[in-house]
Write a protein that binds this ligand. Structure first.
Ligand SMILES: [Zn+2]
Length: 304
């Protein structure tokens, strides 16, 4: 676990699931009260509370824990964390709320979809219903000292996804709506597992671009500059994947061949392919699940 100040009032905690650095971030915003964006997985709840201690955050002063969506690597620690933070409310998209209150089905589905990776992330604990705020698009949360977080509905990666627009810095916490940022390599790669909706994701990216963010705070991973360029590049990258998937399906190719086709067409992916293959999590999620998600999406569009 490592903490770092990355803005006037923003800190990052590297949660390091299974010791993997630069993969899962939690952000801490300090106003008169404190807000946390993303909890990371259940397995690193302890690292998160240690990070809060290191930042001198008293458990009582945390007003909000905001998650982008309910996937285990973003919201898995929420139940455990809220036990430790007596005043905090959980902010989640309305379609995710019931799963946070009763995570059994989420856990079963996650194990089916992720296999061993689900165990690495750990089983989420339930969040008491009365502590959940089902946040519609545009709702703003004020933590004092002029610091606010606005929920921005940004679907596509999931049917229940929020980004958060922060004031006064005007940065965006995009969750998984803007891809995965490999900060050490300055590269973005898609996170598009099934059931992915590329058309809706593209509209969400446009919406984020229209907010003219001054920075991006990626859940995977870290603060990034040139936000508009990054969001536009990700949009283009998704189109390349979509085109490759369509051509591959038309040629009757299997998923491996389509994956190869994508790597040959996507220069960014090509550049970081070796590092992804060596990565304990991203090797599986980007090169397999993301490819499958886009192929499944394109197949469903072709059937229409
Ligand atoms: Zn994620």
């Amino acid at each position: 676990m490592r903490v770092e100040k990355i803005g006037d009032h923003i800190h990052i905690i590297d949660l390091e699931p299974a010791g993997i650095k630069n993969f899962a971030a939690s952000y801490v915003l300090k106003g008169d009260k404190t807000a946390i964006v993303e909890t990371g997985p259940a397995s690193t709840a302890k690292n998160l509370t240690l990070g809060l201690e290191k930042l001198d955050v008293e458990p009582e002063e945390v007003a909000y824990v905001a998650v982008s969506h309910i996937h285990l690597d973003h919201a898995g620690a929420a139940g455990t964390l809220l036990k430790h933070l007596p005043q905090a409310k959980l902010i989640v998209h309305p379609r995710g709320a019931s799963h946070m209150a009763d995570p059994e089905m989420l856990w079963t589905k996650s194990k089916e979809a992720l296999g061993e990776l689900a165990e690495l992330y750990g089983k989420p604990m339930p969040v008491p219903k009365e502590r959940i705020i089902a946040a519609a698009d545009g709702i703003t949360f004020d933590i004092g000292n002029k610091i606010r977080l606005k929920a921005i509905e940004s679907l596509g990666h999931a049917s229940h996804h929020l980004a958060y627009h922060e004031s006064p810095g005007l940065g965006i916490f995009p969750g998984d709506a803007a891809g995965i940022y490999l900060n050490k390599l300055d590269a973005i790669v898609p996170t598009t597992p099934a059931p992915y909706r590329l058309d809706i994701a593209a509209a969400s990216l446009k919406k984020l671009i229209s907010l003219e963010p001054k920075a991006l705070y990626y859940s995977h991973f870290g603060k990034a500059s040139s936000p508009k360029e990054k969001l536009q590049a990700y949009s283009k990258q998704l189109r390349i994947w979509e085109d490759c998937a369509r051509q591959g399906i038309e040629n009757g190719e299997n998923i491996q061949a389509i994956g190869t086709r994508i790597i040959e067409s996507d220069k960014t992916l090509q550049r970081v392919e070796a590092q992804l293959k060596r990565h304990a999590i991203l090797g599986q999620t980007v090169l397999n699940q993301s490819v499958e998600g886009v192929v499944e999406y394109v197949r469903s569009q072709m059937k229409l």
